[in-house]
Design a protein around this ligand. Structure first.
Ligand code: 5FU
Length: 362
């Protein structure tokens, strides 16, 4: 698309279902703001997500900087973030920057304690090891989705459902269950216990899944009015350019990232970059841009703001959205360090949205 095309029109042509969803969300919430929620405790993270949720379309996390992160698949921090994402209508982007051989990044994406794929709609990859990392993550996502869909569809009831005890999982909880035919089935329960797949599915639905069946009474746990559940497809952003001074991502490198993205249009949503990288008619990528701050209220804006002294460089939303043609600005300390993060997030939202509006109405 050209830089003049609106988000709602791009939602019609986006190749990736999650990108189409995100563009609709942006249009609906009049927001192209991502909060980089770099706080140090899980409690702060959840409180922040709940407060700032209405202003943002993406919440970016670094789960490994958060102390007290609860890894429980159904009631832990990821699951609770997913719940807040449904309540306010935003996507979760774990800024994990996978950067290893294909086999390792697959394990890091779906496994470990964090099970990132279960709660993060979006992750990103550092392309230094080569294109295979992208292929590997795409493969892991497809397998995960297949299993997820199988779990949602199947309703085999075996043994005694342990539904009411899931919340206080003992240490031996894990994935060791057996189904009717004696097949080993992954599930959550006490080691060696038998669990109904239905029950498992319900737990996914009620806590971890973005496809939470909407409560008739809606109440607290509902999506932003007018928007449906996001599709189950997960998305990848390729780290094509960085905001930090003296980084090694030159033009050639960035171009290789674009090529990798084109090879995986059903999985790659777009880029973390400093400018728009769409150049061919079939490029429907979305661009998220960190290194963004506004000058203090009342001060004149000239496109840049002083860096943080540790290599970070800042550009204003006006410059990034209006001139460089990126779509979403990622803001961390600009919002987090403010006296009132909630109203500061609104200031960023309105400024970034204005920059978008003037870009498309030029
Ligand atoms: F890929 C990148 C990049 O090029 N620059 C970044 O700053 C990622 N980041 C992240 O965005 C970084 O890890 C922080 O989480 C966030 C920027 O935070 P700030 O407080 O707005 O500087």
């Amino acid at each position: 698309p050209t830089l003049l095309e609106t988000f709602s029109s791009r939602a019609q042509t986006a190749t990736h279902p999650l990108t189409a969803y995100l563009l609709r969300l942006m249009d609906l919430k009049a927001s192209n703001l991502c909060l980089s929620a770099d706080v140090s405790t899980a409690r702060e993270l959840l409180q922040l997500a709940d407060k700032v949720g209405p202003s943002i379309v993406v919440l970016k996390t670094h789960h490994d900087v958060v102390s007290g992160w609860d890894f429980h698949p159904h009631t832990g921090t990821g699951a609770r973030l997913a719940q807040l994402a449904r309540k306010h209508g935003f996507l979760i982007f774990e800024d994990r920057k996978f950067g290893d051989i294909g086999h390792t990044v697959q394990m890091q994406y779906v496994g470990g304690s964090a099970r990132i794929i279960d709660w993060a709609h979006i992750v990103n990859v550092n392309m230094v090891p080569g294109k295979a990392a992208v292929t590997a993550l795409a493969e892991a996502e497809a397998k995960w989705r297949e299993r997820y869909q199988y779990e949602v569809k199947t309703s085999v009831t075996v043994g005694t459902p342990r539904s009411d005890t899931f919340d206080e999982q003992p240490e031996e909880s894990g994935w060791w269950n057996t189904d009717e035919e004696g097949q080993n089935r992954e599930g959550v329960g006490r080691k060696g216990s038998i669990v109904s797949v239905t029950t498992l599915t319900q737990h996914y639905e009620s806590a971890t899944s973005p496809r939470f069946p909407r409560d008739e009474t809606k109440g607290e746990d509902c999506l932003y009015a007018g928007i449906d559940e996001p599709p189950i497809e997960r998305g990848l952003l390729i780290l094509a350019q960085m905001s930090s001074a003296g980084n090694f991502m030159n033009r050639e490198y960035t171009q290789a990232c674009v090529e990798a993205a084109r090879e995986h249009r059903r999985f790659v949503m777009g880029f973390v970059s400093q400018e728009s990288l769409n150049s061919e008619p079939d490029d429907h990528f979305i661009h998220m841009t960190p290194g963004c701050q506004l000058p203090p209220e009342g001060e004149e804006e000239n496109g840049t703001v002083a860096g943080d002294g540790l290599g970070q460089r800042y550009n204003t939303p006006q410059k990034l959205i209006g001139l460089c043609g990126t779509d979403i600005v990622i803001v961390g300390r600009g919002i987090l360090k403010a006296g009132d993060p909630q109203s500061e997030a609104e200031r960023y939202r309105t400024t970034a949205w204005k920059a978008y509006l003037s870009r498309v109405t030029k």
